[in-house]
Design a protein around this ligand. Sequence first.
Ligand code: SIN
Length: 483
Amino acid sequence: MQKFNTKNIVSKFDFTEYQASRAGSDNLDVLNPYNNELILSLTSDSLATTAEKIDRMDLYRKNETNLSITDRGYLLEKWYLKIMENKNSLGELIVLEQGKPLSEAISEVEYGGAFIKWYSEEGRRIKGDLLESPYLEREFLVRRQPVGLVATITPWNFPLAMFARKASAALAAGCSVITKPAEDTPLTTLAMLSLAREIGLKKEILDVVIVPRSRVSDIGKLLCTNKKISKISFTGSTTVGKQLVLQGAGNLQKFSLELGGNAPFIIREDCDLNLACDELILSKFRNAGQTCVCANRIFVNSRILNDFLPLFLDKVRTIKTGPGLDADAQMGPLINEEAATRYRALISDLRKSGANFVYQNEKSERGLIFAPTVAIASTTDTRAFYEEIFGPLAVIYKFESDEQAIKHSNATNYGLASYLFTDCRHAIKKYTKLLDFGIVCVNAGTFSNSVAPFGGLKESGMGREGGSYGLEEFLETKFISIK
Ligand code: SIN
């Protein structure tokens, strides 16, 4: 712990543009979720300065000062290399403001960086069409062009990766990006921007708005209603996603939305149980259970519950909680007091429903750090069944048949990720077809990757991020008929 000190970590990046020199009610105070200490106080953007930034970026686009596809690829590649050079420092900064263990934070930098690298190459593969026109005197062309100025609104659970995933695809498509980081974790974005400036990515193409909690909804509304913004790419809760869509409805704003999840994690009787338990630990407790793709409802075939439980609990017992910068910490704090209050309410609702709490080591709890907790549900009529848990609580439901597992899995408004553990080829075919989720992950507890489409069905959102699918989100199709 000793070698990590807040000042040292912060001093590795240039925050001068936003660093507040004195206290102010409009400042955004960034706190360490482990000990509630102030990391940095930032000056914030007003509605007026946000609108000025949008105007400046729009003007730059109109002046035809856009970059060629080669330049965009080159800048993204340089940005990627800069990020990799600073991988450890960025990881430490993520831990400081977000709380996850350092190894996870460094993996996040690599994961986010992989998108920038991938899109640095993929941009050059955007292509249009020359169609066979039905008229001799006419030529039909199809051009794929950037949607324009994009606003990205990113979450606190993966402050680097979600910004990188959106911004790199948009920049590769030829868009400019104004980004609004989460109020809990703006420093990672500012650090990424300071590296972007070092390699020559200009403000007119990639900029940020720093928003204090008191102005979040006003600035969100401004971004959705400003006609110079052509698209909003948002990752966050379904509730906020719906609000943004309503706000943007007046000018038919375009949206890509990565919203909540309620992932079923189905363990059939014929799987490698040890593997299933290892992967469940990863899926459930990564980032202290604060991911949209965390195992939220664990369905275990009743015939193997007695084999599964001791194996799983033995692995849960080994999880060490602590400050993310501690070398042996595997699980850090929840993000803030509001999240903790919601999480406590969810646990108490589950208790009232008669669930059997089979593991909870309260001694390892401190501040916003919660112990990994395991419960066997007695009913599906609980908040934990219908809501995203967003905390280190594993809730197990027994099932008797494939039909029941599929029915219960789909009994949710969400449709982001789902997991299946089985060695049966027929079961894989059946489940992958019938599960109503944008992602079905078989025999593994993680899947996120820069080349693959990430996104959900139903109220988990619209659009995809990652791979060529992610690039599509930032392109328009123009049909050109020439006589
Ligand atoms: C999320 O939880 O929002 C993203 C998780 C991922 O990309 O793996």
